[in-house]
Design a protein around this ligand. Structure first.
Ligand code: SAM
Length: 282
């Protein structure tokens, strides 16, 4: 008796605007699999046709994901290979697919990513907002009260913040961000990425709000909003060293001021020196 090998599930990113961003590997994977699970089959058909992909499609969206995942698991177990795509960008990122991937992995079947476009990563990479640590929050709640509450809960977050937002709510959200994070916090609006009207604008929040408000065109299309993280909170010791350094630096060179501040507070000379340099740059 021959036992068929299980298939594999490929999680395939599609372009977020510019078709040239579709990778060769993504295209050949979609051509080779037995079935493509797509968020919206009607939406994906023109893209697939454009690249000569004739693989049968099956819908998998938030309302049928549970039941479709079980069906796809059976097909994988019987040896078929499956690809998952969403309308645009990377599946599972504010898009369906998590339940399928989780079910398939827990059944011991291989899941392989075919990486490509993702709006939040494209936006972050070109925004000028710190990219070393960031927190992706997906879509904010559409209702004003819940949105304000969520933004307020994030005001001390030190990581850069990234949101997907509808253009219809963009201005209201920018105003709520000014209220939560302050007028001076830097932010970036990344709109229509990789498309003809691509705009990436980074300014202090209040300026960004006024700029968007003055131009109706900035309230159209698809957008990502990025907000600089809160300044790192200083420990009480650091605050004390900074206070002392503030006086000493008016009269003394950095090295001398740092040595005296360290001696007074019992802190380390090198740390006081770094803080003194920071103070001098302000
Ligand atoms: N899975 C997608 C990804 O990898 O980015 C995101 C899907 S989510 C349903 C759609 C949202 O992503 C849009 O409302 C917008 O916030 C953002 N987005 C998608 N394409 C974009 C683009 N070309 N420019 C700016 N934002 C985009």
């Amino acid at each position: 008796m021959t036992v068929s090998q299980p298939g594999q599930l490929f999680v395939v990113a599609t372009p977020i605007g510019n078709l040239a961003d579709f990778s060769n590997r993504a295209i050949s994977t979609l051509q080779d699999v037995d079935v493509i699970a797509a968020e919206d089959t009607r939406h994906s058909k023109p893209l697939l046709q454009h690249f000569g992909i004739q693989t049968p499609l099956l819908s998998l969206h938030e309302h049928n994901e549970q039941q479709r995942s079980e069906l796809l698991l059976q097909r994988l177990q019987s040896g078929e290979s499956v690809a998952l795509i969403s309308d645009a960008g990377t599946p599972l990122i504010s898009d369906p697919g998590y339940r399928l991937v989780s079910l398939v992995r827990s059944a011991g079947i291989k899941v392989l990513p075919i990486p490509g476009s993702c709006a939040l990563i494209a936006a972050l990479s070109a925004s000028g907002i710190a990219s070393d640590k960031f927190r992706f929050e997906g879509f904010l709640p559409p209702k004003t009260g819940a949105r304000r509450q969520q933004l307020d809960s994030l005001k001390h977050e030190e990581h850069s913040l990234i949101f997907y937002e509808s253009p219809r709510r963009l201005l209201d959200t920018l105003q709520d961000c000014v209220d939560a994070f302050g007028a001076e916090r830097r932010a970036c609006l990344a709109r229509e990425l990789t498309k003809v009207h691509e705009t990436i604008e980074t300014r202090p929040l209040a300026e960004l709000r006024d700029w968007v408000s003055a131009d109706q065109n900035q309230q159209r299309g698809e957008c990502v909003l990025l907000i600089e993280g809160a300044e790192t909170a200083q420990s009480a010791d650091e605050q004390e060293i900074m206070r002392i350094l503030g006086f000493l630096l008016e009269e003394l060179p950095v090295k001398k001021a740092a040595a005296i501040a360290a001696a007074i507070t019992g802190g380390k000379k090198n740390e006081a020196y770094q803080l003194a340099l920071k103070l001098q740059q302000k």
